[in-house]
Design a protein around this ligand. Structure first.
Ligand code: HEC
Length: 136
């Protein structure tokens, strides 16, 4: 009896450990709360839903094809709005994560991109992501 308890405990511990490892390397998914958005950000969220959510998740929480954007490394000090626009216009090579490259979003116009950035910044802010100076 004792032995069984011990092994089931070991099993639970190893399940917990492996789920941490899984979260870290595979899904890269974060919990995102969506605040009350401005009109522009609501529009940006709709555009995000069409063009970005397939990879980055509905609200930028991360998905199977791309990383979370509601993430500290994408704070405005590290990835300025211009970096967001550039990623959409030109795509980006895989460098921070292991999802592969991001393709250019050629179907989008510049104003759509600016709405999307507005959406992401408002959601970032509501999730405690603050501008940090870039010191790399
Ligand atoms: C086909 C999947 C895919 C789609 C669609 C996509 N992305 Fe990405 N995106 C990625 C991947 C993968 C990366 C991570 C690259 C890396 O390893 O740093 C990325 C990275 C980014 C980055 C970081 C760029 C940098 O300079 O490091 C931004 C910003 C971004 N995406 C925004 C968007 C927005 C906004 C949209 C919609 C307009 C979008 N992405 C659509 C896959 C995608």
């Amino acid at each position: 009896m004792r032995q069984i308890e011990k092994s089931s405990l070991m099993f639970m511990v190893s399940m917990m450990l492996s789920s941490f490892i899984w979260a870290d390397h595979k899904s890269a998914h974060v919990d995102v709360k969506v605040p009350e958005l401005t009109v522009k950000a609501v529009k940006g969220g709709q555009i995000f839903g069409v063009n970005c959510a397939g990879c980055h998740g509905n609200n930028g929480e991360g998905g199977s094809g791309g990383p979370p954007l509601i993430h500290d490394i994408y704070n405005p000090g590290h990835h300025a709005n211009s970096a967001f626009i550039q990623a959409m216009q030109k795509g980006t090579r895989s460098h921070h994560w292991r999802f592969g490259d991001m393709p250019a979003q050629k179907q989008m116009g510049l104003s759509d991109m600016m709405f999307v950035v507005k959406f992401i910044r408002e959601v970032q802010q509501a999730n405690g992501i603050k501008t940090k100076t870039h010191n790399m």
